[in-house]
Design a protein around this ligand. Sequence first.
Ligand code: SAH
Length: 252
Amino acid sequence: MTRIGRVDLIGGGPGPLDLLTLRAWRRLTDADVVVMDRLGPVDIRSELKPDAEVIDVGKHPGHHPVPQDRINALLIDRARAGLHVVRLKGGDPFVFGRGGEEVAACLAAGIPVEVVPGITSAVAVPQAAGIPVTHRGVATAVHVVHGQTELTASTRAALRDEQVTTVILMGVSALPRIVADALRAGVPADRPVAIVERGHHHDQRTTRSTLGDIVLDAGRTRIRNPAVIVVGDVARADLLLPSAGVANGVVP
Ligand code: SAH
């Protein structure tokens, strides 16, 4: 009988290979099968065993090429064949990554599964633009949400609270709705907003604005996915460097 394999659910971080943890990289280099996403590290072939199988199940916003239950079935199937399966995800598997569902599916099927944490874009993408999500005296809490559903009461409260940074993932296409909802909820129009596209990539771009102006500005600069939206005082351009502002993506 074939020995049962296993699944490692690995957080790949925001994109560059050297933002993988050492543990994630070690698992990756030992994998027989890598099931990967569109976000996170994509140039991994040279790190893998020569005969490793790579399966891309990358999702684009709005269309889902490989449904979640098919991904779960794929992981289980390959592990049952005795293989070491790495499920490589962007950022951290447990931050809007559906990692919990994949772990539950493996456990239900009796497949050993382990999670390797990754650097989440919720923190690392603002960071790449010089934005600390907390900052002494400015922001004492962080509220992380995805932008794909109606704002909840807690998100409205976070947006209104001057001491809270709100970080929105998957929010680009819903930006006009999010902004309208926030303004209706009484968030001041001059609340700083920054949108960081393709954080930690060579073509990273940061757009800074305010809640009142961001929809126009985002339209003008044609903001695209993947991007992280940061709302709060930490998004001010002069936060870390009062006179000159922080250069795009670089903290001097
Ligand atoms: N598990 C991931 C998040 C998955 S949701 C994590 O912890 O980072 C996907 C969203 O993450 C994207 O829509 C975008 O909002 C954000 N994202 C991921 N990588 C990004 C990057 N390099 N630059 C900007 N946004 C990114």
